[in-house]
Structures are given as structure tokens and as C-alpha cells.
Write a protein that binds this ligand. Structure first.
Ligand SMILES: NC(=O)c1ccc[n+]([C@@H]2O[C@H](COP(=O)([O-])OP(=O)(O)OC[C@H]3O[C@@H](n4cnc5c(N)ncnc54)[C@H](OP(=O)(O)O)[C@@H]3O)[C@@H](O)[C@H]2O)c1
Length: 328
């Protein structure tokens, strides 16, 4: 099969198509003929050598795919050859074939294309795990989503709005903020022009928000604590500007704050399976009714994975970037 090879710590232009043996599904796995693969920021970090995949993972890039089941392992009960699925992979999605745990596959929601389905697993499972599985976000709550126009951000806005929460976002320009507004954000903060603490205080009459979903870290961490209301929660899903800071934790005590976070990839297969079940029950019917659909910014051929990474690194995109492998 063809797959995308990358060297550790390399530039986007070094991503190249190579040939490798097609993997076979293990007992509880399915082999997927990939139609589309999602591009995610963790792929970029892995290519740069800043994010090491777990030792058990496939070393190739690619955390999510959609396609057709080609072969199933001998103990697989949920899927058969020919089924169309989207899947969270343990690496290896930038390829013509990819294996996935049978529990980490989901049916393509009725009415969605394979391209749309490929945009779901990583973002929807991450947002489900961090905002909904622990019941942090529900009707009447307020959420501040940093990086509102990212794949994760657009998903968080839509799912939070779907359950009746109010959403504020930060983004780096007016165009991105307009996209956030169209997906349901009601408070738009251009962080290059306005301090987000001032904007949150103004939008909430000084009360603060119930939840902050943050991928920036660094100097944002102390400001996030300031932006939270009593009993609020800071949820950290990445540290684009660093995880080491010298901050005053007094607000944690005074406002009874929760500081939490998680990373999807490090979870056990069983834990991922439970999250996927929860997500499917709560939001697959919503997708099938045509709501909370993923925003796809660009689709590029697998061979142009380097261009897709360069686009993501430019941060000029809004929503998902996909690789087209072999549309079914
Ligand atoms: N914990 C988990 O399980 C998990 C799973 C998946 C992804 N993630 C993380 O979630 C984040 C979003 O992922 P994604 O795939 O949706 O990526 P993405 O679309 O590239 O989003 C990154 C966003 O962060 C914003 N940003 C703010 N400060 C930045 C900085 N210093 N450098 C780069 N971007 C900055 C950018 O928007 P502006 O231009 O508006 O600043 C950009 O839209 C990533 O950090 C990723 O690592 C975490």
C-alpha cells in the first residue's frame, strides 16, 4: 500500500508517499480501505518531533479515517467487510489501508459523506471527552473556547450550543470569528485586539464563564483562572504556548475552581471505547438530523500531505483539513 512517510523533526515538505506492506487486522481489529484521513495538529507536532506517539502505536501519521471495511479479525463481531465506517486509529491513517480497534469504529452517520465522516472522530471524541462525558457543559452553562475556529473549536461551539450552553470564543482575526458566529458562538473575541479577560467580564457582567476549553496554555493559564466563575472549570487539551508557568493559584481556592484536562491518545483502548459509545448515543442522532456537521476547510490528495501540514501550520484555515486517499 502507499502511505506517507515522515522523518522526526522534519519540515512539511519532507512528507512523501512510500510503499509498505498492507497491514492485517488483529483478532479484534478491522482493516479499513481509507477514503479520507483527517489532518490534526497532533500530526504536525509528531512530524516536528514534539509529540511522541505511544510505543504501541503505528509510527505512521494519521489519527482518524473514514472508508470501507476490507477485512475483519477473527473475533470481530460488530463489523463485516463492505461496511462504511469512520474510526479513531492508533496512528497510520495517512495510508491506503489502516487498522483500527473494532470498538473505535463508528458507522458513517446517515446523510453524511465519507469526507464528513473522516472529520468526526478526533475532534468529536476529544470534545465529548473533555466537555460532556464529565457533564461539565449542559444547558444554561457558559463556555469560553480558545482557538474557536480550529477543528476542535468549531466542534466545541456546535456541541455546546446543541445542548443549550452559551459560547464565547477567541480567534486571531475577524474572518475566523465570523465563522465561529455562524456555528453558534455568541461572544466573539479577537485576542489580537482585545484582552479576553475584559471581554469575558463585559459579556458576563463580571461573573465569569463556567468552563474554559484551552489549547494555548502559557500566559493564558493564569488569565483562564481569572475568566472563570465560581465553581468553574479550566479544561486543558493542549499547550501550544507551553505548559510551564509561574502563576498565582489563589483563584483556585477563592472560586473553588477545577483544573483538569486530558489527552485522547494516551487513554486505554477500553476507555476510548466507552467515550465513543457515549458520543455515539448523544450526538450521532443529532448529526443524522443534519446539525453540528463538521466544517471542512480543505481536501487535498494524500500525496500532498506536506501541503496540508503547511496549511495547518499557517493557521489560516478554519475547521478541518482532510486528505483524500481513494474516495469510495
Ligand atoms: N487533548 C486531546 O485529546 C487533543 C486531541 C486533539 C487535538 N488536541 C489539540 O487541540 C488543538 C486544536 O487541534 P486542531 O487539530 O483543531 O488544530 P488547529 O485547527 O490547527 O487549531 C489550532 C488553533 O489554535 C489557535 N492558536 C492559538 N494560539 C496558537 C499558537 N500559539 N500556535 C498555533 N495555533 C494557535 C489557532 O487559531 P488562531 O489563528 O485564531 O490563533 C488555531 O486555529 C491543538 O492544539 C491540538 O494539539 C488535543
Amino acid at each position: 500500500m502507499k502511505y506517507i512517510e515522515h522523518g522526526p523533526g522534519t519540515g512539511a515538505d519532507t512528507l512523501v508517499l512510500q510503499e509498505a506492506a498492507t497491514p492485517r487486522a488483529g483478532a479484534h481489529e478491522v482493516l479499513i480501505r481509507v477514503a479520507f484521513a483527517g489532518v490534526n495538529r497532533p500530526d504536525v507536532l509528531q512530524r516536528l518531533g514534539l509529540y511522541n506517539p505511544p510505543p504501541s502505536a503505528c509510527p505512521y501519521l494519521g489519527l482518524e479515517v473514514a472508508g470501507t471495511v476490507e477485512q475483519v479479525g477473527e473475533a470481530v463481531t460488530r463489523w463485516k467487510a463492505g461496511d462504511q465506517v469512520c474510526a479513531l486509529t492508533h496512528g497510520g491513517g495517512y495510508a491506503e489501508f489502516c487498522v483500527a480497534d473494532e470498538r473505535h469504529c463508528l458507522p458513517v452517520p446517515a446523510g453524511l459523506t465519507l469526507a464528513q465522516a473522516a472529520a468526526l472522530p478526533e475532534n468529536y471524541i476529544t470534545v465529548w471527552a473533555n466537555l460532556f462525558a464529565g457533564k461539565l457543559v449542559s444547558a444554561g452553562k457558559s463556555v469560553l473556547v480558545h482557538g474557536g475556529s480550529s477543528g476542535i473549536g468549531i466542534t466545541a461551539i456546535q456541541l455546546a450550543r446543541e445542548v443549550g450552553a452559551e459560547v464565547a470564543v477567541t480567534a486571531g482575526n475577524a474572518h475566523k470569528l465570523e465563522i465561529c458566529r455562524r456555528h453558534g458562538a455568541t461572544h466573539l473575541i479577537n485576542y489580537r485586539e482585545q484582552d479576553f479577560n475584559d471581554a469575558v467580564a463585559e459579556a458576563t457582567d463580571g461573573r465569569g464563564v463556567d468552563v474554559v476549553l484551552d489549547m494555548v496554555g502559557g500566559r493564558y493559564i493564569e488569565k483562564n483562572l481569572r475568566a472563570l466563575a465560581l465553581d468553574g472549570a479550566l479544561v486543558q487539551i493542549a499547550f501550544l504556548e507551553g505548559s510551564r508557568v509561574d502563576i498565582d493559584l489563589l483563584p483556585v481556592m477563592l472560586k473553588r475552581l477545577n483544573v483538569t484536562g486530558s489527552t485522547l491518545r494516551a487513554r486505554t483502548p477500553q476507555n476510548k471505547a466507552e467515550l465513543i459509545e457515549g458520543l455515539r448515543a448523544a450526538f450521532w442522532p443529532v448529526l443524522e438530523q443534519g446539525r453540528c456537521l463538521p466544517l471542512i476547510h480543505a481536501v487535498m490528495p494524500l500525496a500532498e500531505a506536506g501541503r496540508a501540514h503547511a496549511l495547518m501550520e499557517s493557521s489560516t484555515h478554519a475547521g478541518k483539513i482532510l486528505l483524500e486517499v481513494a474516495p469510495a
